[in-house]
Each structure stands twice: as C-alpha cells, then as structure tokens.
Design a protein around this ligand. Structure first.
Ligand SMILES: *[C@@H]1O[C@H](CO)[C@@H](O)[C@H](O)[C@H]1NC(C)=O
Length: 263
C-alpha cells in the first residue's frame, strides 16, 4: 500500500486544520467540581484518595476494587504510588518464594491491587548461580518468560501424550509456557539470572509439582508410581520434608561446574 502525492497533500491539509481548530474551553474544564464526577456532560474527575498505609494485601481496598463497576471507579480508589510495584524491594512476604538459590517475586491482584480489572499479572525471578525454579504449573494463566540478565535452561510438558520440550533462552529470548503446562527453568551459569514473566491472569497461581504431589497420602503415591519411592535412602514419609523450597539449588552438572555445594 502506498499514497500518492495528492493524497498526502490532503492529509497534510487535514492535519493543519485539526491543529488549527480552537482549543476546548479550558476555563470550563478547570471550573468543573472534582467532587461531583460522572454526571452527564460533566468534566470533573475524582481526586486521588489520601489514605495512609499500603495497598499491598489490603483486603478492604481489594474488595472495593473488585466491586467497582468501572475502571474509572477503580482508579479513584488508588493513589498514584499504588500503580507502582517494586520487584527489588517488595513489601511483605506474601509475594516472595525464597529458597537457597534465589527468589521469585509475584505481582498479583492481592500483592498489587492495581492489577484488579486488568486480567494481567507478573513475576520476576532472581536466580543465583545454578538457581532452579523447580517444576510447576500456573493453573490460571499462560506465562511469557524472558531472561533480562543471564540465561535460562527450560523444559516443559503440556499434557498427557505429548513430548517434553527442552529449550535454552539466551538473554532477551522469550519462552511461552501455556496455561497448565508443567515447566521448569534453571540458571545454567555461575552468575545471576533475572527473568521477567508476564501472565494473562491477575491470580495466575503457582503449583510446585514435587511439593504438591508428595503431599498426597503415601499409599496413593505408591499406587500411582507403581511401588515405594526411596530417595537417598529415605522413604516418602521421610523425604517429603527434604523437598527443597523454591528457588532451589540446581542440577548436579551445574553445581560441579560452578564449584557449589548441594546444600
Ligand atoms: C540444559 O539442560 C539440559 C537438561 O538438564 C542439558 O542436557 C543441557 O546441556 C543444558 N544446557 C545448558 C546450556 O546448560
């Protein structure tokens, strides 16, 4: 598709006349009362609220945001600072999974209530050398994951009857993990890896496969794997408590290469 010179001239003329159109009545805008918004033809806007305290995990605020009929009503409940979430210094413990080899910080509708109504969430992972974001699923969202520092060695399995997908993300290379897929990522290098993960849900949720599978009754586990599991000489009842907290220290080969101890 291309424009001929005459078409461009028409555009230029149009643009000039739009720019030259009289400005909207500024005085009238300023005079509108900010306390009476929403009325027909009114131009007033709600001022920012002035409450003290945090939006993070604020259940009363969250309830009001959820029941607000319009996005405009939600914005009127949030201060400017409530639209910012600090992944480096997050508030509270609710939004951080911390293990021996790093942490994953989660912005969801509870930790970051400004997300309510957006259908979106985000996490950032800070993985130390060989740091391992252990196999997990997100029950309510697809994940788009991109390392912004370092690399990520990933694998995933979507559902029954499909192959395992293995892939290495160099810095700034995006991986997609479809909703519900079991997936893992680990930092294969001896420096830090930082990833950003976007989600198409405000409450994407995370379910660590090993942690949760081994919470099932021992006889159920034995029946589902076709026998008793013994790990490092421990049966299921004993090794349950040794499953590492996410973010865990990673695979043997990486530990050996980086000269790191397992625990
Ligand atoms: C990624 O992980 C797989 C499986 O653990 C391994 O075979 C492969 O060598 C790893 N790649 C890198 C670059 O670490």
């Amino acid at each position: 598709m291309y424009f001929r010179a005459s078409t461009l001239t028409i555009f230029a003329t149009l643009a000039t006349s739009i720019l030259a159109a009289p400005a909207p009545n500024k005085v009238e805008e300023r005079q509108a009362t900010p306390t009476a918004p929403g009325g027909e033809g009114e131009r007033g806007v709600e001022p920012a609220p002035t409450y003290t305290g945090s939006a993070y995990g604020n259940l009363e605020l969250i309830a009001n945001l959820i029941t607000a009929p319009l996005q405009a009503d939600r914005i009127a409940l949030l201060r400017d600072q409530d639209f910012k979430f600090d992944f480096r210094n997050p508030e509270g413990r609710l939004n951080v999974a911390t293990g021996n080899a790093g942490r994953v910080v989660v912005a969801n509708r509870k930790t970051f209530p400004a997300l309510i109504g957006t259908g979106s969430g985000m996490a950032m992972g800070f993985l130390g050398p060989c740091g391992f974001n252990t196999p997990h699923t997100h029950p309510r969202a697809t994940e788009l994951n991109v390392p912004v520092v370092g690399r990520l060695n990933t694998s995933m399995i979507l559902e029954n009857g499909v192959r395992v997908v293995n892939s290495l993300a160099e810095t700034f290379q995006l991986h997609a993990f479809p909703q519900g897929a079991i997936h893992q990522e680990f930092n294969p290098d001896c420096g830090e890896t930082i990833f950003v993960a976007g989600f198409n849900a405000e409450d994407f949720g995370t379910s660590q496969v090993a942690d949760n599978f081994f919470k099932l009754p021992s006889d159920v586990i034995a029946a589902s794997v076709g026998g008793n599991i013994v790990v490092d000489g421990r049966d299921v009842d004993q090794f349950r408590s040794t499953i590492p907290a996410n973010v865990a220290i990673g695979v043997e080969e990486c530990l050996a290469r980086c000269g790191l101890a397992k625990r």
